[in-house]
Design a protein around this ligand. Sequence first.
Ligand code: ZN
Length: 296
Amino acid sequence: MLDVKPASRDEISLVHHPKLVSTLERICREEAPGIIDYAPTYVTQSSFDDALLAAGGVITCSRAVLNGDANNAFAIVRPPGHHAEPDRAMGFCIFNNIAIAARDALAHGLDRVMVIDYDAHHGNGTQAAFLNDDRVAFLSAHQWGIYPGTGWLTDAPHARGRIVNVPLLAYAGDQAYEQVADQIFKPFVEAFKPQMIFVSVGFDAHWSDPITMLGLSTQGYLTLAKKVVALAEEHCGGKIVFVLEGGYDPLNVANGSEAVFIAATGKGESEARDPNPHKEPDCESRIDEVRKWHGF
Ligand SMILES: [Zn+2]
């Protein structure tokens, strides 16, 4: 456990435009409660301060790993962040916590960091933040065709091999994600050689999530977390920070978080208690398409 302080305005500005920050502060303090986008993103009078604290929490985890005070970390924060773009808050996200911490790591001496996002939804905000920043590689594996509507594999043709989208078919589950980890995460990390990996982990890709249609089980989440931890150990001295994003069944968030801790500490094991009851589609041709587009 680490002591956390709220992110400063300067730290938030590593990703977000100052005008967005001041507008959100005014809306939360003077006009809340209310809805600020169609997701709908609901804010209260404390939301601005909550969002500063969430971003500060991820920065604290990241610096602890960077400084060697922690081997790795898991930032369990709310509100989440991966939909928040540099100039707009959206999708239940106020500030893009993971993008801010990644930029902070760059400001503290790193040259190359990677963000891997396996929330069920496309990490449009993180993609927007790093669209033209060659120091950051971004990968999002998500269900194609749901909110926010972006995340097709050709979204960023100028950044092949650096901005990678894996638009998955509905009901893709443990088998498809394992293929994605082995056939896309692995060559991506090997090619980019990040010095630190950040993971946007959302538990809404679980088969029982009420707002998406994917097929991961808790066991699948554990396998995925173990695979990214192993990649970090092999390529960046184990430096990895998991950051909580979505998840709309609290039980899945609890079980999935336990899986992250098991993978990060190497202690404990989870039981296969919630196998996916749905049949998985074959995602091999989609995975091949992504590999070919990026030359992996
Ligand atoms: Zn999500």
